[in-house]
Design a protein around this ligand. Structure first.
Ligand code: G3H
Ligand code: 13P
Ligand code: ZN
Length: 309
């Protein structure tokens, strides 16, 4: 099978109420772990590269490792640019075989975001590529001090409707309380499902994307800390909330931090327990196993995309 866009998988996710995992990749071990896991679960999957992943690993390596995976596995796989910072990066990925790109104009004001997103959509659609856009800012919203300030950070549902109408983007990332990285909440985890509900009422046919959705899996944080890491009060979005999001109309759930933690746990554990090891296949191998377990768990127990390939 060749790479696909997210069109069909999102359609199915909205009809059957499940979410598709979008996992960030940086090297071969990540690609293999994610594709092996998705294939064993018979699940569609999105592999995504940030622009810094592209700088690190380079497009031909990233793309062709996934194409190699498709020689082994018969599941729908989309290759997606995560947080495209500008038109040029989106164009580069579209011209090089990506089937989906995100243009992240959330740092701009509404009008500039619309204009930039529209420019990418026009270029992408002419070439059969789909576009994810974002409105609302993903920030740590754990400090519930100022309601007005918080409302300014969360996505405004009315704006989301106008945005989709004017840009014709294919999917939309919204801010409902998640943030990137390993430190998402100071107190209790809290997501604004009321905003998600309003957005779904206003734009029911637009697939919704949740960024910053790692659980920050306590078991891997513990292994990392046990073997020398200093991860402090790391905290993410609990599985139950992600499951609820998948039931309430979120079609794509982005995960990077959890895979980084899994890989780091495997490497640290191997180094600490087997100081004689200097074969990268040993420590990267355990990291790869941990990533695979993580992805399988998310697909099967949280997102519900197992069996939906
Ligand atoms: O949302 C951002 C992703 O976690 C990618 O991070 O730019 O360090 O690759 P990165
Ligand atoms: P996490 O940092 O929670 O894994 O979020 C990843 C993400 O949103 C990638 O775009
Ligand atoms: Zn993100």
């Amino acid at each position: 099978m060749s790479l696909v866009t997210t069109k069909e998988m999102f359609k199915k996710s909205m009809e059957e109420k499940f979410a598709i995992g979008a996992f960030n990749i940086n090297n071969m071990e990540f690609v293999q772990a994610i594709m092996d896991a998705a294939s064993e679960e018979n699940s569609p999957v999105i592999l995504q590269t940030s622009s810094s992943a592209i700088k690190y690993a380079r497009i031909p390596y990233l793309k062709n490792m996934i194409l190699a995976g498709l020689e082994e596995h018969d599941i729908p796989v989309a290759l997606h640019l995560d947080h495209g910072p500008d038109f040029e990066t989106c164009k580069l990925c579209i011209d090089n075989g990506y089937t989906s790109v995100m243009i992240d104009g959330s740092k701009y004001d509404f009008e500039k975001n619309v204009e930039l997103t529209k420019q990418v959509v026009d270029y992408a659609h002419e070439r059969g590529v789909v576009v994810e856009a974002e409105i609302g800012k993903l920030a740590g919203i754990e400090d519930e001090v100022n309601v007005e300030a918080n409302d300014a950070i969360y996505t405004d549902p009315m704006q989301s409707m106008e945005f989709v109408k004017r840009t014709n983007c294919d999917s939309l990332a919204i801010a409902i309380g998640t943030s990137h990285g390993a430190y998402k909440f100071k107190g209790e985890a809290k997501l604004r499902f009321d905003i998600l509900e309003k957005v779904k009422e206003l734009i029911p046919d637009t697939p919704i994307v949740l960024h910053g959705a790692s659980t920050v899996i306590p078991e891997y944080v513990e292994i990392c800390n046990k073997y020398g890491a200093e991860l402090g009060e790391a905290k993410g979005v609990p599985d139950e909330m992600l499951h609820e999001a998948s039931q309430r109309g979120v079609s794509k759930i982005n995960v990077d931090t959890d895979l980084r933690l899994a890989m780091t746990a495997g490497i640290r554990k191997t180094f600490a327990e087997s100081p004689e090891v200097f074969d990268p296949r040993k420590y990267l191998g355990l990291g790869r196993d941990y990533i695979k377990e993580t992805v399988k768990h998310k697909i099967r127990d949280v997102f519900g995309s197992n069996g939906k390939a």
